[in-house]
Design a protein around this ligand. Structure first.
Ligand code: SIN
Length: 282
């Protein structure tokens, strides 16, 4: 692959000189997988992929996953349109809080790909924060606290804790199922996860879906979670990307959190998102 340029000290790299519309060799695919695990977020500019090309790129990293509780394209259940219309003023935005996608599933996605179609001239950036760097620099007392501890994740907060207030419209362009008892049941994940291939450890807690630590109440867990969130979303561990139409970004959902900014009322923003699971080890 031609060239890789790091975007910040801890997270993100730009891959330059690759055309994802062309056949992708095994060697290039291996390089992409290695780069993703090294940098957690990769951006490739000027691609303008159609959906088939986007899916072909996505499966380099893992099998495509249809996401529950969010409406996919009518013509393809593996693709979501992340859309906010220009007329959707003062609404929420999909992913508008630090999170790891669908961490409340028993088997959360391994990562996602976004392909930018229509982007506001100003705003609509996405941020990612390295949970590897966050874990490595976690203060000693918190590191001891999370060691070997499980946390509880629930889908409900998306519809309850983080639902827009009653006087504020929800984002109308993305239909989410809310109040589904299956999404709302408690799922346990380790607070620190280990990548089975590389042994890399990362924090796996997020303000949308993590409700508490196991064997602790929400009230008891809250001050500790807040302290961890303050640390793990520090700008030091983050990159913030401004999109251009044609950009493709892939990220590892287990190694970083992400956040969609909501600062572009009056402009239309459309990206297509595909999601992948982890390939079973050979
Ligand atoms: C998301 O996948 O959470 C949405 C990200 C974005 O729209 O920037």
């Amino acid at each position: 692959m031609s060239q890789t340029k790091r975007l910040t000290g801890f997270i993100g790299a730009e891959v330059i000189g690759v055309d994802l519309k062309q056949p992708i060799t095994d060697e290039t695919a291996d390089t992409f997988r290695r780069l993703l695990s090294e940098h957690q977020v990769l951006r490739i500019r000027n691609q303008f992929l159609n959906l088939e090309e986007q899916k072909r790129f996505t499966i380099l990293f893992g099998p495509l996953m249809a996401l529950p509780y969010v409406q996919a394209l009518a013509e393809d259940d593996k693709v979501i349109a992340v859309l906010k219309e220009a007329g959707e003023i003062n609404t929420g935005v999909f992913g508008g809080e630090w999170h790891s996608d669908f961490s409340f599933l028993e088997n959360p996605p391994a990562g996602s790909v976004l392909s930018a179609v229509e982007i506001p001239e100003i705003g609509g950036d996405t941020l990612w924060a390295s949970q590897v760097a966050a874990y490595q620099s976690l203060p000693k007392d918190l590191k001891e606290f999370v060691a070997g501890r499980d946390a509880i994740h629930v889908g409900a907060p998306y519809g309850v804790k983080h639902a827009p207030p009653a006087n504020e419209k929800a984002n109308a362009s993305i239909q989410m199922t809310r109040g589904d008892p299956d999404a709302d049941r408690e799922i346990r994940h380790p607070a620190v996860i280990t990548d089975p291939q590389t042994g890399t450890r990362s924090l796996f807690l997020n303000p949308i879906y993590t409700t508490r630590f196991e064997d602790m109440s929400e009230e008891e867990s809250s001050p500790i979670l807040q302290e961890i969130y303050k640390h793990c979303t520090r700008p030091d561990f983050s990159c913030r990307l401004h999109w251009r139409a044609g950009d493709v970004v892939v990220w590892d959902n287990r190694l970083c959190l992400h956040y969609a900014t909501n600062d572009y009322d009056g402009a239309r923003r459309l990206l297509y998102r595909t999601t992948f699971q982890r390939y079973a080890p050979a």
